[in-house]
Ligand binder design. Sequence first.
Ligand code: ZN
Length: 133
Amino acid sequence: MTIKKKRASRKPRVARPRNAGTMTESAFWSFIRSALRQKSRFWKPILQCKLAARRPYKGPNKRQKYEYLCNECGKWYQEKKINVDHICPAGSLNCAQDLPGFVERLFCEVDNLQVLCEKCHDVKTKSEKNGKG
Ligand SMILES: [Zn+2]
């Protein structure tokens, strides 16, 4: 008689129904999410929002031409320290049902956008995540 090895109780394998059997459902949706976010970098209202918050910089750094006003703390920052924030956040994209709302909110007009500094943006993002949990 052959002794059957008792299988270690493994977690059931995650199904990979997407992309020729190579992608899980959640990998697929994060792939779509990042593709859409990439496109939003060239969305004109985002550029509009940045231009509206900008003024010529007159400080000691010769290579800095402009500075940007944070809509939350009211201080001025260099370009790499600011984010264009969705006032009403684009939210999660985890399934097909999320898609229409996500696209509508991500590709919004300038009235739903604001410039925030890194600090204020962090605070807002964290409070949004906590609010959902
Ligand atoms: Zn700020």
